[in-house]
Design a protein around this ligand. Structure first.
Ligand code: GLU
Length: 291
């Protein structure tokens, strides 16, 4: 039996905010209560957006908040070869294809159905003749590798995963469409790396925000294709500000350092993220609201 293991997996593309504090506290307090393991993983595959100063800041913020982690930190940028191996295996199964569409092409495609995160890829390059695609790749045309979800699903059969509060959930990866698994500038994607790393690191419970719930359906499919262990999932509510606007780094959400500079103690911040003094029991978030 694998021992109870959770993780926090931030991307160092900005300063941690209260939403991150909630995710980190959620994983950490469950692991500590269960006498299990809490891992920290730095998801820094996007070399254009990730910065060492943000990584240093997030380590400092976590320690300030009173959170410790077990074992070495896994930094995804040290493991590009693991992701490349997984892509090679998927390629051998013939479930990925090169896509030459730009973001603009996709946004402008009138046939693009809407998914939870915006327009779904309409499948333009799925049917490209493979000689034609190879010639375009050889000529240096920029391309991404996409998962052929219908083909992969046919291969994997019906799948489900266990989600806290919902029980067994049938996987519906088609909700996110043919997601990108690699790009020319970033040779692997969030979906591929997170799925592989959770398995490689023996994570038994993935805790993260409910905005990532649709992604879990894709991750379940990748687990089946790659023969990986399937963790349980718990998706927590997202925090919103006093106006009901969801906290997100890009919207200039209150960073933990700004809160600290304004005089908040770690205890104040923990309670704003919904964690009470003894760090083990979630309480109702205050003064922010969850929704
Ligand atoms: N790096 C991802 C993020 O910061 C992690 C998501 C996850 O926990 O799966 O959103």
């Amino acid at each position: 039996m694998r021992s109870f293991t959770t993780r926090f997996a931030p991307s160092p593309t900005g300063f941690l905010h209260l939403g991150h504090a909630l995710s980190a506290l959620d994983g950490w307090s469950r692991a500590r209560k269960a006498g299990g393991t809490f891992l920290l993983r730095i998801e820094d595959i996007d070399r254009t957006r990730c910065r060492p100063e943000y990584e240093a800041a997030l380590l400092e913020d976590m320690s300030w908040l009173g959170l410790d982690w077990d074992g070495p930190i896994r930094r995804q940028s040290d493991h590009f070869s693991d992701y490349a191996d997984a892509l090679t295996r998927l390629q051998a199964m013939d479930v990925i294809y090169p896509c030459f569409c730009s973001r603009k092409d996709i946004a402008g495609a009138s046939s693009a159905p809407q998914g939870p995160d915006g327009p779904l890829y309409p499948g333009t390059c799925r049917a490209l003749d493979s000689d034609d695609a190879t010639a375009r790749q050889a000529a240096g045309a920029p391309y991404a590798l996409r998962l052929d979800v219908a083909k992969a699903r046919a291969l994997a059969g019906d799948l489900s995963f266990e989600e806290e509060g919902l029980g067994m959930v049938a996987a519906r990866p088609e909700r996110l469409g043919d997601v990108v698994l690699a790009r020319r500038d970033t040779p692997c994607s969030y979906h591929l790396c997170v799925t592989l790393d959770d398995a490689l690191q023996g994570v038994t419970l993935v805790t993260r925000g409910e905005d990532l719930r649709p992604a879990t359906h894709i991750h379940r499919l990748l687990q089946a294709l790659l023969g990986l262990d399937v963790p349980r999932y718990a998706h927590h509510k997202l925090l919103s500000d006093a106006n009901g606007v969801r906290l997100a780094k890009r919207a200039g959400a209150t960073s933990l350092r700004a809160l600290r500079q304004s005089g908040c103690t770690p205890r104040d911040v923990r309670s704003m993220a919904g964690y009470s003094e003894d760090l083990s029991q979630p309480s109702s978030p205050s003064p922010l609201h969850s929704h």
